[in-house]
Design a protein around this ligand. Structure first.
Ligand code: PGA
Length: 230
């Protein structure tokens, strides 16, 4: 299983250090085949050590240059960061990133050999139309993306389930993951209100290879408990 923590705009470098310290003591008990990722805010980057991978929530598709407010590969190299999240619904929605912009970023970081955690997910208005509309929407978000990239991980995160406390049901996750798995031969994570209460049923779904966790990952002890299981 893959366990990815998306801190979003939470935590500082100091609190991330404290977090990693707590997480490390728990990780010694995790299953060897489990993989843990942490996506902290960029100001929290540092040279952390432990049985996890640090990724970046976003970066600009350039090595360096005149891109005010952005960071590029030069800044990621300083911290040995080789994993990037692309296409998160908050960036597509709140930050208004189009599919074309997402594709451009994906292509650049694929060429650079980064591991890419690529996020897709439908809004409630599409879910309300029905399953076929959901599949069409998700397929459009995979348009222009090299889904055979060997360092690709995909996360299915229905927008209506993110940060709302309302996770998709086991049935909803299963049907979408089955449909996606027929197209993509890469690890497929579920995200959207995954928490300590529902993680067991979610990880027991055969088509779920891991979870992308926001709110419930912010506390190191809670995240550790989710990884270690009951
Ligand atoms: P959530 O966020 O766990 O708080 O719903 C998930 C995500 O946005 O990746």
């Amino acid at each position: 299983m893959i366990y990815a923590a998306n801190f979003k705009t939470n935590h500082t470098r100091a609190s991330t250090h404290a977090y990693v310290e707590k997480l490390n003591s728990a990780l010694s008990a995790k299953k060897p085949e489990d993989k843990v990722y942490i996506f902290p805010p960029t100001t929290a980057f540092d040279h952390y050590e432990g049985d996890f991978t640090i990724g970046v929530q976003n970066a600009h598709e350039a090595y360096n240059g005149a891109f005010t407010g952005e960071i590029g590969v030069e800044q990621l190299d300083e911290f040995g960061i080789r994993t990037i999240m692309i296409g998160h619904s908050e960036r597509r929605g709140i930050l208004r990133k189009s599919q074309d912009q997402v594709i451009e970023k994906f292509s650049y970081f694929e060429k650079e050999g980064f591991e890419i955690l690529y996020c897709i997910g439908e809004p409630l208005s599409i879910r309300d139309i029905g399953e076929d509309a959901v599949y069409r929407y998700l397929k459009a978000q995979l348009n222009g993306i090299d889904i055979s990239y060997e360092k690709l991980i995909v996360a299915y995160e229905p927008i209506w389930a993110i940060g709302t406390g309302r996770s998709a049901t086991v049935k909803e996750i299963t049907t979408v993951h089955k449909e996606l798995k027929a197209m993509i031969n890469r690890p497929l994570l579920y995200g959207g209100s995954v928490n300590l209460k529902n993680i067991d049923e979610i990880r027991s779904i055969e088509e779920v290879d891991g979870v992308l966790i926001g709110s419930a990952s912010l506390d190191a002890e809670n995240f550790s408990k989710m990884i270690l299981g009951s």
